[in-house]
Write a protein that binds this ligand. Structure first.
Ligand code: NDP
Length: 418
């Protein structure tokens, strides 16, 4: 029931949030909400839908045509050593995409090659329509992936998405690593996690900065810093692309509506709310306020990146200089759990850093409206829920060792507090 309700509730929520960001406040006027969110022009919708299709194809072409490193993923469940391979070139795709959009090529009336940023302005004009198109696109892809998961019996199914209940399995994702047979090493889940939605978020932000400039005559401090922070967050994810191969999303979760929608509708259209808000409701923060927010962001980034990199490095090469001094618990499963460094402070200290960064993005929008704070509120709920899921899975994986580890590192998010 929860999965079904969430599947039905998330799409309208995205549309409503994009509307709230455009009016800068929450309204309970249902007829206004209905008019703005649900009465779309069919022709505009179809153009947006095709535009998103072109965006997706462009990202696939980047993945196919750009130089790549072939990397092995984690050991597949139910096998001893079998692993899938992934083409890692998301970082290059990020820069190629941005260069292409900032210098969009076209032929002028005299047939001369010119470059323009004009397509970026369209993203602002059709923000709501694009969000609707993304929702339909994600729903169709989820249906395809779900039906396709029944096609052969040799597919690896995700433990959490194989209950036999259609609504639940559709949401959680039935197949663990869906891959089309025609594209060698193309992994739907890894591709969608990092490229169309995450890069799309940066592109939407850029569009909002350009529109703010054309409206105000300048780009505000908040808008510049927000674009840099969120750009850094996405750049970091793509730069560290290999690290995603050991995350819960890739190793454990099926690729169903939850991830498809999360990656390609929720992330670009709700994570960009702050930039959309700033176009029309910039709080004109002074330099001191901006500096404090920059420090908050870097504190978060340092914890987030420091913790994730420390664990990643420790897992790859525990004897390396940076991590060889760290204490750990050797588990019966064979792996080691860090008990000092970042991971000795709290069991989910990486989530804490991530959340602090998210909070700094909200602070850039001032305190006039709660709408830009949606991210911090939602992300807090997501991280608490995710930490519980991970705790449960680690308990299953490690048994008593996990209990022992929890005794050594008793705090979950904030050392000494919680
Ligand atoms: P983690 O990177 O925290 O990975 C959890 C796994 O790490 C555990 O299952 C366990 O797996 C291993 N582990 C746990 N404790 C230790 C330890 N002490 N020492 C060594 N290994 C340990 O979780 P996620 O994959 O959920 O998150 C990765 C990052 O992505 C986080 O920083 C998170 O904030 C971010 N994120 C961002 C989202 C967004 O929307 N912006 C959404 C989700 C996540 P094992 O032992 O089997 O290796």
């Amino acid at each position: 029931m929860g999965a079904f309700v969430t599947t039905c509730a998330l799409p309208p929520l995205v549309l409503i949030l994009t509307y709230f960001a455009s009016i800068g406040k929450i309204t309970l006027n249902l007829s206004d909400i209905y008019r703005h969110c649900f009465s779309h022009d069919l022709e505009v919708f179809l153009k947006c839908f095709m535009g998103l299709g072109a965006w997706f194809v462009f990202q696939v072409l980047c993945e196919r045509l750009l130089p790549y490193e072939l990397v092995s993923g984690a050991v597949l469940p139910g096998t001893k050593s079998s692993r899938l391979h992934y083409r890692i070139n998301g970082h290059l795709a990020f820069w190629v995409t941005l260069s292409f959009l900032v210098c969009f090529p076209y032929l002028d009336q005299e047939g001369k090659l010119q470059f323009t940023t004009a397509p970026l302005y369209l993203l602002y004009d059709y923000y709501g329509d694009l969000a609707l198109a993304a929702i339909v696109w994600c729903t169709l892809l989820s249906i395809y992936l779900y039906l396709n998961s029944f096609r052969r019996t040799d597919k690896i199914l995700a433990e959490g998405g194989n209950s036999g209940n259609h609504a639940y399995d559709f949401f959680m994702g039935r197949e663990l690593n869906p891959r089309p047979t025609i594209l060698e090493n193309f992994d739907w889940k890894e591709f969608c996690e990092l490229r169309p939605g995450l890069i799309g978020w940066v592109v939407l932000n850029l569009s909002f900065a350009l529109v703010q400039k054309s409206k105000l005559g300048y780009v505000s401090g908040s808008m510049i810093v927000l674009n840099l922070f969120q750009g850094l967050y996405v750049w970091d994810a793509l730069y560290q692309e290999k690290a995603i191969l050991t995350t819960m999303d890739i190793t454990t979760d099926g690729f169903g509506f939850m991830l498809v929608f999360g990656d390609m509708a929720w992330v670009p259209f709700t994570y960009s709310l702050q930039a959309r808000y700033l176009v029309d409701y910039d709080p004109a923060l002074n330099s001191l306020q901006l500096m404090v927010i920059v420090l908050v962001n870097f504190l978060g980034y340092r914890i987030f990146r420091g913790a994730n990199s420390q664990k990643d490095l420790f897992r790859k090469d525990p004897s390396s200089e940076e991590v060889k001094h760290l204490s750990y618990l050797k588990t019966k499963r064979g792996t080691r759990l860090l008990t000092s460094g970042y991971w000795g402070l709290a069991r989910k200290i990486n989530y804490t850093g991530d959340w602090i960064m998210g909070l700094s993005w909200c602070l850039l929008c001032g305190f006039e409206s709660i709408v830009p704070y949606f991210y911090a509120i939602y992300f807090c709920i997501l991280l608490i829920h995710r930490s519980e899921r991970d705790d449960h899975m680690c308990h299953v994986k490690y048994g008593d060792d996990w209990m022992e580890y929890k005794k050594i590192v008793p705090y979950r998010f904030i050392p000494g507090v919680i």
